[in-house]
Design a protein around this ligand. Sequence first.
Ligand SMILES: [Zn+2]
Length: 332
Amino acid sequence: MIEYKNGIHISGTGLWLDAQRRTDFCFVSHAHADHAVRHTQILATRETARLFEHRYGKANFKLLEYNQSKRLNGIKVELFPSGHILGGAQILIEKAGTKIVYTGDFKLRKSLTAQKAQVRKCDILIMESTFGRPHLKFPPSRQVHDQMEEFAEETLTKGRVPVFLAYSLGKAQEAMKILSNRGFKLSVHGTIYNMARIYEEFGVRFKNYEHYQAGNLEGKVLIAPPSVRKSHMIENIPRKRMTVLTGWAMDKGTRYFNGVDEAIPLSDHADFPELLEYVRKAQPKKVYTVHGFAELVQSLREKGFDAEPLRQTTKIESTFSKELLTNYDLFA
Ligand SMILES: [Zn+2]
């Protein structure tokens, strides 16, 4: 019933899920770049449509609110929060009495800027599982936020400029909320600023932030996307100390790999225990993992679940293999 061809297809329906090539009708779970294809028609939340069009231009959307089920092309569908970024959704599809859930990117931990994830009981679960290796267990959120505060505080005390590298949509707004709640003045890169303004349209407010201006960083924390790390903007900041915000911080190589002073494990994805928790709560008869590692499938089978990867599962010794660099989001 489930096929994988550059995207997930529910056979016997016209519906694709996060397909990476153009289709007639596709559910787009959220507005991150790896999901952004201009299909003939896109099923998404209002927030995802707004963020998508800001980043990639006009597209033809079929909008659905969270927790509102609708009959579309002969199947019943419902979107519900994924906890990943603003507007991020999972989808529940009911076809001939079978309940199928596709999670898209998700996390179960509470977010300050995204709606809290829900878990539904289902027959077939298609689960995104980026951090599907046992050692990828994040510290409690409070501890991660404390680590961010300490990094900023220590750096400012030394008269230096704290620079946080965070993916421009989702991660950066979460970082803005955490750091401004703790009293820091923020300067943010233009792409992050524009995205934050869209968050505000949907009622997520931020304090004490401004659009980055060269030479005006005294006493402020700078938040910028990882893509600009080697740009003149960053290179020309004297006395800076940089940290990258990513779940991969749990791997020792991340700090060296990114050429930063520190790596802090703030992630918008589920860690290994959350992936197991999700399956335990959803109680599916069949689990398909997407973007996972062999260890997760193994672990689920040991717990009695019928699990298999939907596509080739990565078998790698080190997280920083060539394969990972081409297939995975390094700033997840
Ligand atoms: Zn994502």
